[in-house]
Design a protein around this ligand. Structure first.
Ligand SMILES: Nc1ncnc2c1ncn2[C@@H]1O[C@H](COP(=O)(O)OP(=O)(O)O)[C@@H](O)[C@H]1O
Ligand SMILES: [Mg+2]
Length: 251
């Protein structure tokens, strides 16, 4: 589904943001990317989105090389990017409108996603009047509404308080289980990666390459219960991952 082949990104001729990353992601998988700060996680995600071109190497999605952004690859960032002058519903239907989806279908889809994301009753509210968590949910609904086959998320819950964050993680899994999208999720929270993912890709520090891939789905079934965080296996995996990232930071 996603094939990242020897991808390298050098900024300004001397900042090697991504050293040499090769990775295959299966259709429908939830994959998290962990790694020390500055190791090129965002850069990698932006290249997958088609917003930045690799210096060398190729990225193919569904057999097609990524060369520019495409609605089939939706992106969600830490700072939600809603238009402040549009209502929640207008924000959510905007992408569909740009894609030429008719009004009736836009309305129907918007309703569906507003419901899915738990924002019923806030259709006509403006982003300003919503909490951080609600805004982030609306931003997610806006991306989901164009029905991307790949969902790229860059620390989407990084700005939320711990409680809202856990709730959002749970909701994201809920939505993902309904849509079957392939997800690539960048985070620097080990617990978040463990709770959400089928696989965790650990990147080394700059110049980054794939340090290790942990198969979480081997250990935890779906749907995930939040109390898996309390299990011994979770603690062991957390320690294992922590060790890897620590090593990367100190070496
Ligand atoms: N537009 C840019 N121009 C120059 N250097 C950049 C640019 N974007 C990121 N970098 C550098 O590339 C490296 C990787 O950045 P980034 O992908 O944001 O890492 P991460 O998301 O893992 O923290 C960092 O050293 C960062 O300073
Ligand atoms: Mg980043």
């Amino acid at each position: 589904m996603i094939e990242i082949d020897s991808v390298r990104k050098v900024y300004n001729e001397d900042v090697v943001a991504v050293g040499d990353v090769s990775l295959t992601i299966e259709e429908g998988d939830f994959v998290s990317v962990l790694g020390p700060s500055g190791c090129g996680k965002s850069t990698l995600l932006f290249m997958l989105g088609g917003f930045i071109e690799p210096t060398s190497g190729t990225i193919t999605v569904n057999g097609e090389q990524v060369t520019s952004p495409d609605p089939s690859r939706g992106m969600v960032f830490q700072e939600s990017v809603l238009f402040p002058w549009m209502t929640i519903k207008e924000n959510i239907t905007w992408g569909m409108k740009v894609l030429g989806v008719g009004e009736e279908e836009r309305e129907r889809e918007a309703e569906e996603y507003i419901e899915m994301i738990g924002l019923s009753g806030f259709e006509d509210a403006y982003p300003n009047s919503l909490s951080g968590g609600m805004k982030q949910r609306a931003a997610m609904a806006r991306v989901l509404a164009v029905n991307p086959s790949v969902l790229l998320m860059d620390e989407p819950f990084g700005a939320l308080d711990a409680q809202t964050r856990e709730m959002m993680q749970h909701e994201l899994l809920d939505i993902w289980s309904q849509t079957g999208q392939t997800c690539m999720f960048v985070t620097h929270s080990i617990d978040e990666a463990l709770y959400l993912s089928d696989k965790i890709v650990v990147l080394s520090s700059r110049p980054s390459s794939v340090e290790s891939i942990i198969d979480v789905s081997e250990h935890f079934e779906r749907p995930r219960e939040s109390d898996i965080r309390e299990t011994e296996t979770f603690t062991e995996l957390r320690q294992q991952l922590w060790g890897m990232i620590q090593e990367e930071v100190t070496v």
